[in-house]
Design a protein around this ligand. Structure first.
Ligand SMILES: Cc1cc2nc3c(=O)[nH]c(=O)nc-3n(C[C@H](O)[C@H](O)[C@H](O)COP(=O)(O)OP(=O)(O)OC[C@H]3O[C@@H](n4cnc5c(N)ncnc54)[C@H](O)[C@@H]3O)c2cc1C
Ligand code: SF4
Length: 550
């Protein structure tokens, strides 16, 4: 069936449509119903259920939750492990230097925070939202923003039952139009519709480029003698070299669980670097390997994280809608925390939407939300740490850590010697040609502590309908060969944490293979491809990872 023959989409009308059931989208939905109980609010989520696509650390600062659900501490929630100890190390190849907590700026302290599975927290928030009358539709990807008279008028969900060749299969179902007075985009880091809106409305004009990291995570059940309930441990340094930014986290929580994660900043230069292999190597460090001895790896996944902070947040409001949470990029990078700000931004946006609805407005720009955030707790949180990431990028890990620490201290006292530093190039422009870089030899996995990518992806329970159009759109195949392959030696085969991309030799010629069914929706290819030649679009709703508790 060609596009012209498609039946018209059915449309439903709401006051507010929210894209994404992460902490930002759910906090916005709950706040809306708290302040405007009559408003009709719907949330669409591309994961098969709420939480299925959520991957985070996570140590959460409860400031957002305290404001949203003041009674949460008296309820049955998945927020059970309070942080009990906080350690930060700089790693060398065989040693580790622990930085005394007294040297750390107070804003880096994790005391008062909780270690959680963010997926489970989202499931809890979804129940609260539904109890207030919010409609949540998991398994539906929003694939298109709808426009009317220059304003966003809602979204359309994707058609289901389209074959690889683009034709309708048996059981084909047309997507729905979800029309709204206001649409809130809560797609998280590098949202696909958000990206289009930022371009269309020029929202990033006058801002520094958004920066990203790729975060890989494994969930382990460790031997009881290795478990330290409430321990939060961060590292920087080895196995990354001084010019490659990133670090690790290890959080002990729940029933002998350890959330182990590794973040590589996506402004790395060497196309031979593999974030996945760096993570595997990291676990072999003498400081860490004992933690995993006798344990079992239960889960694996990956997700991009925003790192641009204060100076990269785009304009948030446009006619008919707004960006909330990591779609805008509210992560406090040195703290590796974004959940509290995602929730706070959802709540602030909801309050401004409710006021607009009460005034009988629709489809206009929520200028008051735009004006509010920099003076809000989110702005204060991001302002104090705004120079940490630029300093790491400019001076490398060791000097950057010292200078960043100093700047955070002075900012805590209310001033900075540095003003507000810029980030420089966007992440796709930082790779060097392979000819000027050294290949990296990674050790083979042992299958006990270190693993390969495919057995890892298996643990993400990733599943896509196989007979559907590839959701990783390659704009120019010839450019991929002449540049990605010939100049950069195929970095996608290394940065993709799910082994989606391969260059295979066929008849003496390289051919690009895209194993789209393995995609864990981390969005790294959309960010890091050196020519911006790959665009991630949502596959059929419900496809992707099925994280039980990441
Ligand atoms: C490895 C890692 C570790 C982290 N550690 C911490 C930590 O310890 N503490 C902390 O506070 N923060 C941490 N963060 C950051 C934190 O996870 C984010 O700030 C937070 O999840 C942002 O919430 P959000 O609701 O904006 O987006 P997300 O949590 O990304 O949620 C977005 C939701 O929208 C859905 N969605 C996206 N596009 C569509 C679409 N088109 N249609 C339908 N649904 C869609 C997604 O499936 C997803 O469920 C970490 C992040 C990473 C990657
Ligand atoms: S294909 Fe892209 S979005 Fe999917 S897992 Fe690989 S890098 Fe991530």
């Amino acid at each position: 069936m060609s596009a012209a023959d498609l039946p018209a989409r059915e449309a439903m009308e709401f006051d507010v449509v929210i894209i994404g059931a992460g902490p930002a989208g759910l906090a916005a939905a709950i706040r809306l119903k708290q302040v405007a109980p009559q408003a009709s609010v719907v949330v669409v989520e591309k994961g098969s259920e709420v939480g299925a696509h959520i991957l985070s650390g996570a140590v959460i600062d409860p400031v957002g939750l305290d404001r949203l659900i003041p009674e949460w501490r008296n309820e049955e929630t998945p927020i059970q492990t309070a942080v009990s100890a906080d350690r930060f190390y700089v790693l060398g190849s065989s040693g580790a230097l622990r930085l005394p907590n007294i040297l750390m700026p107070p804003l880096m302290s994790n005391h008062g925070s909780f270690i959680v599975s963010l997926g489970d927290v989202c499931r809890y928030l979804a129940k609260k939202a539904e109890a207030l009358g919010v409609e949540i539709y998991p398994g539906f990807a929003a694939t298109e923003a709808l426009f009317e008279n220059g304003a966003v008028a809602g979204v359309a969900t994707g058609d289901m039952g389209v074959g690889k060749d683009g034709h309708a299969k048996a059981g084909f179902t047309r997507g729905m139009e979800l029309r709204a007075k206001y649409t809130l985009f809560a797609e998280g880091a590098r949202g696909s519709l958000t990206k289009g809106l930022i371009e269309r409305y020029g929202l990033a004009q006058g801002r520094e480029p958004q920066k990203f990291g790729i975060g890989l995570k494994e969930l382990w059940q460790v031997a009881p003698k290795q478990f330290r309930e409430g321990l939060v441990q961060h590292t920087m340094g080895w196995p990354l070299n001084n010019r490659t930014g990133g670090g690790s986290f290890l959080y002990h929580f729940g029933d002998n669980l350890v959330a182990a994660g590794f973040v590589v900043h996506l402004n790395y230069a060497n196309p031979y670097l593999s974030p996945f292999e760096e993570f595997q190597r990291f676990k072999t460090h003498p400081l860490l390997r004992e933690t995993f001895a006798g344990g079992k790896r239960l889960g694996y996944g990956a997700r991009a994280i925003t790192e641009g902070g204060w100076q990269s947040v785009p304009k948030l409001a446009f006619p008919g809608g707004a960006l909330i949470g990591c779609a805008a990029g509210f992560v406090n990078v040195p703290r590796i925390k974004g959940t509290h700000n995602a929730m706070l931004s959802g709540m602030i946006a909801a309050e401004h939407v409710a006021a607009a609805l009460a005034a009988g407005r629709a489809h206009d720009e929520l200028a008051s939300y735009e004006a509010a955030w920099r003076g809000s707790p989110i702005g204060r949180d991001l302002w104090r740490v705004r120079n940490a990431k630029p300093l790491w990028s400019k001076f490398g890990t060791l000097a950057g850590l010292a200078l960043g620490g100093l700047d955070m201290w002075t900012n805590t006292l209310g001033f900075s010697f540095l003003g507000t530093l810029g980030h420089g190039k966007p992440d796709f422009a930082t790779l060097k040609p392979a000819a000027s870089c050294r290949p990296i030899a990674y050790p083979k996995p042992d299958g006990k502590l270190t693993f390969d990518r495919l057995s890892s992806v298996y643990l993400s329970n990733t599943n896509h309908e196989e007979d559907q159009p590839v959701h990783l759109l390659l704009r120019d195949a010839a450019l991929q060969k002449s540049s990605e392959h010939d100049i950069y030696a195929g970095p996608s085969t290394r940065y993709c944490p799910a082994g989606v991309y391969e260059w295979v030799e066929e008849g003496g010629k390289p051919r690009y293979v895209i194993n789209a069914q393995n995609c864990v929706h981390c969005k790294t290819c959309d960010i890091k491809d050196p020519n911006q030649n790959i665009t991630w679009v949502p596959p059929e709703g419900g496809g992707g990872p099925n994280y039980p508790n990441m």
